[in-house]
Ligand binder design. Sequence first.
Ligand SMILES: *[C@@H]1O[C@H](CO)[C@@H](O)[C@H](O)[C@H]1NC(C)=O
Ligand SMILES: *[C@@H]1O[C@H](CO)[C@@H](O)[C@H](O)[C@H]1NC(C)=O
Ligand SMILES: *[C@@H]1O[C@H](CO)[C@@H](O)[C@H](O)[C@H]1NC(C)=O
Ligand SMILES: *[C@@H]1O[C@H](CO)[C@@H](O)[C@H](O)[C@H]1NC(C)=O
Length: 421
Amino acid sequence: MLKSPRKFVKPVTKWVFEINWRLTGLIIPLVLFFIFFSLHYSSTSNGFNAFYPVQFLLRLPFASEDDRGSNKEELLRSKIAVCLVGGARRFELTGPSIIENILKEYPNSDLFLNTPLDSNTFKFSLLKFAPNVAAVRIFHPEPLPVNESHVRVLTAHNSPNGIQGLLQYFNLVEGCLTMIKSHQQKNNFTYDWVVRTRVDGYWNAPLNPQSFVPGKYLVPPGSSYGGLNDRLGIGDLSTSTVALSRLSFIPYLDSAGFNNLNSEAAFKAQLTTQNVTHVARRLPFCVVSDRRYDFPPGRFGVPVAALSSPGPLSGAKCRPCTAVCKGLCVETVMESVEREWSWTEWENGTLELCDAHKEWESGWEKIFDQVVGKKLAHARKRIESMEIGDCVKDFHKLRKRSVYWSAPPVDEICTLGLSPS
Ligand SMILES: *[C@@H]1O[C@H](CO)[C@@H](O)[C@H](O)[C@H]1NC(C)=O
Ligand SMILES: *[C@@H]1O[C@H](CO)[C@@H](O)[C@H](O)[C@H]1NC(C)=O
Ligand SMILES: *[C@@H]1O[C@H](CO)[C@@H](O)[C@H](O)[C@H]1NC(C)=O
Ligand SMILES: *[C@@H]1O[C@H](CO)[C@@H](O)[C@H](O)[C@H]1NC(C)=O
């Protein structure tokens, strides 16, 4: 004899309903928790942080109203300029992380690139993957005139290329502001935010909305070298105008009596004399560097982070390496490093150190690929095996996508870095 299937169906549905009613109070918060959690996880290229939601909830009550930053929906509706400055150097490692964690995180943002031409410039072909490109400026570097005002205000100490190097850097940063203002004027609008960042920054997590603080200029803590960490800055148009006018403020600092300033100290002087308040907030990027530094670093030495450190590293120097110093070792090393100089936040396992007194270790490519995952490893290999033809094709695509373009011929850029096969 066959039983009617309805006899089974009814009790089962009833059971499901009962459970549903009883658990609704629990299920809704759980679902919300997991949506939030998975959104965060999926948008994080690398850092898997199971405590993120907990940390997030714990942090809210302690943040004051105007220090809390902005909310994502609001930011997605606003106008954001992302200013990228510097030489291409290791852009095959850093570029894709910038695209994922800044540009794609804020797909409404416009990219402005200001960079001197060299044999690595071809690596910018990767920017064909960027969501919006407003302006690309690639220029033949030329020495800038140095006058007494510059010599009085600035110091060549600790700058690899002396005062000329500082002026080149200031010019690069200020040039980005000029590009932004020209784009605004041509299109009759103004940006709400300017994110100023570096070509050599490697990001291991998304730029979060709390980093946009109304009315203040945001800088990362640490790496302050007697002034303010100038490896990244975020602010509205008026604070950014002060922060990015690095070259044109020198005569002003001169007449205000400042002298012997390094880049960070000049940056601080520039903000304070203009009454721009700054706020420090940790940010998930490090500056990938080929430079060698003694290990362990002395009081005024430079700690070099392993690129695999969980972070946030707030712009500390880094390279892909097998970390030689973790946990207690980091504590010992970092407690001897001068806080007002190269020090960076290290507590709770965020920082692991390389012995960077030699060149990058052999096999660093494999280390890098493992840390960053498939997508970024693929971009690195794409550049490693790039041929002139690929470069030219990609650059033409980038050029088509860029509203403003000022650069040497694409063939010149590609042959400068890649030898014909
Ligand atoms: C130095 O050059 C800057 C332009 O870079 C100019 O604004 C300033 O007036 C000059 N200062 C002196 C003392 O010549
Ligand atoms: C620019 O925008 C303003 C208001 O948004 C408008 O009044 C003005 O006519 C515009 N100018 C041009 C040249 O489109
Ligand atoms: C900054 O504030 C001081 C004191 O309130 C004031 O004297 C000075 O003019 C201000 N400077 C600027 C550039 O606004
Ligand atoms: C490290 O963790 C402890 C305990 O959770 C916390 O009190 C402290 O603020 C953390 N330090 C940093 C720098 O985040």
